[in-house]
Design a protein around this ligand. Structure first.
Ligand code: DQA
Length: 143
């Protein structure tokens, strides 16, 4: 069964509490459960993780390369400025694996600093603006 790491960056552990008008009322635990469910529906071995730590996120992306796992990545605020996350993401796609950048909200409809993604240019594709469905759509694309 193909393995997919669903990796989430800073503040996404606060889903449900953090700006529910933007990110919805569902919690991070709900996202973990949904990921498991979607994985079994799609025949994928899905593992959902979250960290507020850039170096941990970079290490998990390296792990995806080393274990030949595709990646669904919501880099959260790192999207907009982390060249370290971008360079790690590039290793995924350059090694023939796929990496889908996802966002719960549509960053292009928000503040100007969110209009830049330093990750998008090395991703296989991007899904944004569909709430938790963004993750499901990314998994469908990988399946
Ligand atoms: C986000 C959008 C980012 O701009 C923001 O910093 C996040 C979440 C999203 O999923 O909509 O933390 O990645």
């Amino acid at each position: 069964m193909a393995r997919v790491l669903v990796l989430n960056g800073p503040n996404l552990g606060r889903l449900g509490v953090r700006e529910p008008d933007v990110y919805g009322a569902l919690s991070y635990t709900d996202l973990v459960e949904a990921g498991r469910r979607w994985g079994s529906e799609l025949g994928l071995d899905v593992e959902v993780r979250q960290t507020d730590d850039e170096s941990e996120l970079v290490r998990w992306i390296h792990e995806a390369v080393d274990t030949r796992s595709d990646v669904v990545l919501n880099p959260a605020a790192f999207t907009h400025y982390s060249y370290a996350v971008r360079d790690a993401a590039a290793q995924v796609t350059k090694s023939g694996l796929r990496l889908v950048e996802v966002h719960i909200s549509n960053p292009y409809a928000r503040e100007e600093f969110r209009h830049t993604s330093v990750v998008g240019g090395v991703a296989t594709g991007t899904v944004a603006g569909f709430g938790f469905e963004s993750y499901r759509l990314a998994l469908i694309a990988l399946a």
